[in-house]
Design a protein around this ligand. Structure first.
Ligand SMILES: NC(=O)c1ccc[n+]([C@@H]2O[C@H](COP(=O)([O-])OP(=O)(O)OC[C@H]3O[C@@H](n4cnc5c(N)ncnc54)[C@H](O)[C@@H]3O)[C@@H](O)[C@H]2O)c1
Length: 266
């Protein structure tokens, strides 16, 4: 079994635990992926972003246009990114899309499309990345899953099914690759304040009321920030968490684990 060695954080202003490491973040042009790519770079990594639209990706990040729904395109982009980075240590499988409704609301084509992007997309990037990750002494994969994998949310049948699959895929991959020295974990965000949720709110009849309802659903009474999810992804990807594999880390304002009584007398 390959052993990952412990690395001490360095640097005066913050940790530089990713110094010398190379990372690839899918869906890294917006929201959680964007903040994650920047954070890994700040902490010393060379970072490539793979996205449908990488036009806004700024240096020092490298941007690659790719659709995780297209295997040839993913292979080409991963190969190009790894060549430019000079290797690969960290893969963040973050690209994903949403779907609304109950099981009655999405047709077969929509089920296939969303499963294809959210689940098979992670399979495609992982498949392309694994040969490179095997050469790393600090290899880590972090999948962006969701609270929807572990809690029943209304009007999210298809989306939840994809994230449930991501959760199980994370565990299976962690088992398959632990002896190769590759750790695999996932983060489970609650509702996070990203352009995605902005679009959701914008499409509702009463965005302010919808936002208030989403905030009230989380015990902290607010949405999760992209930075808070990025911090959790960086934790799981870091060589500092070399003993952590096959876990899911909830970043959900307490939504999964807590059962509060209504405000008032205890
Ligand atoms: N925002 C939330 O409340 C929330 C909660 C839980 C989980 N998540 C998950 O976090 C991840 C990121 O969400 P976000 O809120 O930052 O969304 P976002 O829409 O702000 O960003 C998603 C990024 O993925 C890219 N993308 C979408 N489809 C792609 C494809 N086929 N190929 C390549 N790139 C593609 C988009 O171009 C975009 O840059 C998703 O997997 C989502 O399911 C989000």
């Amino acid at each position: 079994m390959r052993q990952q060695s412990y690395r001490k954080p360095e640097g005066e202003d913050g940790v530089s635990d990713f110094e010398g490491l190379k990372a690839l973040v899918t869906g890294g042009a917006s929201g959680i992926g964007r903040v994650t790519a920047r954070l890994l770079a700040e902490r010393g990594a060379r970072v490539a972003v793979l996205d449908l639209d990488p036009s806004g990706v700024e240096k020092p990040l490298l941007g690659y246009r790719a659709d995780v729904g297209d295997d040839a395109c993913v292979r080409e982009a991963v190969a190009a990114a790894v060549a430019e980075l000079g290797g690969l240590d960290v893969l963040v499988n973050n690209a994903g899309i949403g779907a609304l409704g109950t099981v009655e609301d999405n047709d077969d084509a929509e089920w296939h499309r969303v499963l294809d992007v959210n689940v098979v997309g992670m399979v495609r990037t992982s498949r392309a990345a694994l040969p490179h990750l095997r050469r790393s002494s600090h290899a880590a994969v972090v999948n962006t899953c969701s609270i929807a994998a572990t809690a029943g949310l209304p009007q999210r049948a298809l989306y939840s099914a994809t994230k449930g699959a991501v959760y199980s895929l994370t565990l299976a991959m962690a088992a398959d690759h632990v002896r190769e020295g590759i750790r695999v974990n996932c983060v489970n965000p609650g509702t996070a304040d990203t352009p995605w949720v902005g679009r959701l709110l914008g499409a509702s009849d009463d965005p302010a009321a919808e936002r208030a309802a989403l905030e009230a659903r989380q015990p902290t009474g607010r949405l999760v920030s992209a930075a808070e999810v990025a911090g959790a992804i960086a934790y799981l990807a870091s060589p500092l968490s070399g003993a952590t594999t096959g876990t899911s880390l909830a970043v959900d304002g307490g939504m999964q684990g807590l059962r509060l009584r209504p405000e008032g007398p205890r």
